[in-house]
Write a protein that binds this ligand. Structure first.
Ligand code: DX5
Ligand code: ZN
Length: 218
């Protein structure tokens, strides 16, 4: 699959979200929208009304990463707010089949993600249910953390599983993505690169996207 870049809204200026997104929109492939509940992760980001208000300002695919204990309760509202995909944590939903079904009923694409200590084997049985497999490369909750190098081996294992089942699921990586870590993750088999700090906190976000793009080009 071609490499794609999704900026993470978490690192944008929350007082100027639409402007920050518009600046990079022509250069990127989707927008990563991090929702944190203050329970599953020790941080609170933003919720439905922020997504709803941003929606008319962008045509990007809204890839919603739900760091929440009760994410599925809100699927209908995420759809109404304008989300295109919901990605939930396997740590919250050890049997995600009914949750995938619930998302699809709402017309949402569905993804599963796993934290750094969670074995890849936890998601393997459900690989056919997902559009997106997000391999976290930091402990979720905060932007600006260092990429965990052991993630590369995990990406390679997920790549092998997806390819052996001849599936089209995206393999996404999120956390500490810079041109350097993105290049290594691309070699390991990642398709979608989520970057917050490296894009929105860069002096020139447009140049930052170009640098990431150059790093992951095949
Ligand atoms: C972390 C979030 C990430 C975060 C990445 O919990 O899931 O999407 O925004 O931020 P950076 O790119 O700064 O590591
Ligand atoms: Zn995320």
């Amino acid at each position: 699959m071609p490499a794609r870049i999704y900026p993470s809204l978490l690192a944008a200026d929350f007082a100027h979200l639409a402007d920050d997104v518009a600046r990079v929109e022509p250069l990127v492939d989707g927008l990563h929208v991090d929702v944190m509940d203050g329970h599953f992760v020790p941080n609170i980001s933003f919720g439905l009304s922020v997504i709803e208000d941003l929606r008319p300002h962008s045509k990007l695919f809204f890839d919603t990463h739900l760091m929440m204990n009760n994410a599925d309760f809100y699927f209908e509202q995420f759809k109404t707010a304008g989300c295109d995909m919901v990605t939930v944590h396997i740590e919250v939903y050890p049997d995600p089949a009914p949750i995938a079904e619930k998302a699809r009923k709402q017309g949402l694409k569905f993804g599963l993600t796993l934290n750094p200590p969670t074995p890849v084997a936890a998601v393997e049985p459900f690989i056919e249910l997902v559009d997106n497999l997000l391999v976290m490369s930091v402990y979720p909750g905060f932007g600006g953390q260092q990429f965990i190098p052991e993630t590369l081996e995990r990406v390679a294992r997920v790549r092998k599983i997806v390819d052996s089942h001849q599936l089209g699921a995206d393999i996404q990586i999120d956390g500490g993505i810079t041109p350097e870590s993105a290049r290594m993750a691309r070699s390991a088999g990642a398709d979608v690169f989520v970057a917050g700090t490296a894009i929105f906190q860069a002096p020139d976000p447009v140049e930052a996207v170009a640098a990431l793009r150059a790093a992951v080009e095949d």
